[in-house]
Design a protein around this ligand. Structure first.
Ligand code: ZN
Ligand code: ZN
Ligand code: ZN
Length: 370
C-alpha cells in the first residue's frame, strides 16, 4: 500500500467540490489530521504558519515558511501539483493569504485542530469572513474509509493485536503498572507503529477509572487489569484495542459482570450493518449491561470513529442518529466500572461493510487469566 492509495491525488478535487457544496469559499488547513488527510503531508505544527488553502473553485496553494519549503516539496503534497507560497521571516503570512483570498472569503473552514493563535490571526486578517470548522465539510469524506484506508486500519489492528498477545507474558503480580506499560510501549514500536499514542495499564481499583493512565501501583494476585493500547502507523492510521486480563483467579463478582460485558460487546459488534444508526449500536451494548443491573457502571459512550485520528467521527453514542454506511470505522468498547473495586472494558475496531461489521482485532475476548 503506497501513500498514493491512502492519500489519492483525486482527493483534492473531491474536497473542493464538497467545500463548494457546503457553501464555503475556502478551507484553511494548518498542520494536523485535516491537512494530512487532504494532502498526505504530515507537517509539524509550529508557530510559523503552514497552511493549505483550498478554495471552493480555482487553484489550491500552500503557504509555507521558506525554511520548510524543501520539506513541503519533498512531502506527498508535491504530488498535487499545487503552488507553494514561501514566506520569509519578516513577512506576515496571514496578510499574504488574506490578500490572495481577497473578496472570495465570505465563509472559511478552519482545520478543526488549528491553534487558536492562528484562527485569531486569520480573523484579524479576514475580518469579514465567517469562520466555521473545516470538519463540517471533511467529516463526510473522512468518515467513509476507502478500501486502502480499511486495509491500513486492518494493518494497524494486526499490529496492536501482536502486542496484546505479548501482554500475558508481561503481567505478573509484583510488577508495577509503569513497568508493564514501558514493556508494552516498546512492543508497540517494535510491532511497526511510528508512535505510541497511549498505554493504559489499570490494575485492581484503577480499572474502575476508564482513562486511568499508569501509576507505580504494584499489581496484586487475583486482580483484573484493563490494558488499553494504541499507536499510529507510519502511514498515519491508528490502532486502539482494549483487553482485560486477570492476574490469577479474579473475584467471583468480577467474573460474573465480565461475562455480561463480553456478551454486550459481542452484541454491539454483531449489530453493525449499513443503515443502522450509531446510537442503536450503543444501545445494543447498553441494553444488555443495563438489563443485568450494571447500567449505572457503564459511564461512557460505546465508541468513537478512528482513522488518522484515534478519536474522530462518527461517535457511537445515544443521540447520534447518523446511519452507518460501508466504510465507517469505529471502536466498540463498552465497559463496566465498579468504583473503588475494579473494572473491565473490551474494545475492538469495527469497519462497516456491505454485509455487516468486520473486526480489525481478533485476540481472545474471553477473560484471559495469566
Ligand atoms: Zn478512551
Ligand atoms: Zn482504547
Ligand atoms: Zn477507543
Amino acid at each position: 500500500m503506497t501513500s498514493s492509495d491512502l492519500y489519492p491525488v483525486s482527493r483534492l478535487a473531491a474536497v473542493q467540490e464538497a467545500t463548494a457544496k457546503a457553501g464555503l469559499d475556502a478551507l484553511l488547513l494548518t498542520p494536523g489530521p485535516d491537512l494530512r488527510y487532504v494532502s498526505g503531508y504530515d507537517a509539524k505544527p509550529l508557530e510559523r504558519l503552514t497552511c493549505l488553502v483550498v478554495p471552493a473553485s480555482g487553484e489550491a496553494y500552500m503557504m509555507v515558511p521558506r525554511l520548510e519549503l524543501p520539506a513541503a516539496q519533498a512531502s506527498p503534497a508535491s504530488r498535487l501539483g499545487l503552488e507553494f507560497v514561501a514566506w520569509d521571516e519578516t513577512d506576515d503570512p496571514y496578510a499574504i493569504a488574506a490578500a490572495r483570498l481577497g473578496k472570495v472569503a465570505g465563509k472559511v473552514g478552519l482545520a478543526d485542530r488549528m491553534w487558536a493563535m492562528s484562527s485569531l490571526r486569520f480573523r484579524e486578517a479576514l475580518p469579514e469572513a465567517e469562520q466555521v470548522l473545516a470538519g463540517s465539510v471533511l467529516r463526510e469524506l473522512r468518515m467513509r474509509k476507502s478500501p486502502a484506508e480499511t486495509a491500513a486500519l486492518r494493518e494497524a489492528g494486526q499490529a496492536i493485536d501482536s502486542v496484546h498477545r505479548q501482554v500475558p507474558g508481561l503481567l505478573r503480580a509484583g510488577r508495577t503498572e509503569r513497568e508493564v506499560a514501558k514493556d508494552i510501549a516498546e512492543a508497540i514500536l517494535a510491532s511497526g507503529h511510528a508512535t505510541v499514542d497511549f498505554v493504559i495499564v489499570a490494575s485492581g481499583p484503577n480499572g474502575a477509572s476508564p482513562h486511568h493512565d499508569v501509576s507505580d501501583r504494584v499489581i496484586q494476585a487475583g486482580e483484573p487489569v484493563v490494558v488499553d493500547i494504541g499507536g499510529q502507523l507510519h502511514n498515519g492510521y491508528c490502532s486502539d484495542s482494549t483487553r482485560t486480563y486477570s492476574v490469577g483467579e479474579p473475584p467471583a463478582e468480577f467474573a460474573a459482570y465480565y461475562e455480561v460485558l463480553r456478551q454486550a460487546q459481542d452484541a454491539a459488534c454483531a449489530a453493525v450493518r449499513p443503515g443502522v444508526s450509531c446510537e442503536s449500536i450503543d444501545a445494543a451494548a447498553r441494553d444488555i449491561i443495563a438489563g443485568a443491573g450494571y447500567g449505572e457502571y457503564f459511564v461512557h459512550r460505546t465508541g468513537h470513529g478512528i482513522g488518522i485520528e484515534t478519536h474522530e467521527e462518527p461517535y457511537i453514542v445515544s443521540g447520534n442518529g447518523e446511519p452507518l454506511e460501508p466504510g465507517f470505522a469505529f471502536s466498540v468498547e463498552p465497559g463496566i466500572y465498579l468504583p473503588g473495586r475494579h473494572g473491565a472494558r473490551i474494545e475492538d475496531i469495527v469497519v462497516c461493510t456491505e454485509s455487516g461489521g468486520e473486526r480489525m482485532n481478533d485476540t481472545p475476548r474471553e477473560l484471559v487469566i495469566v
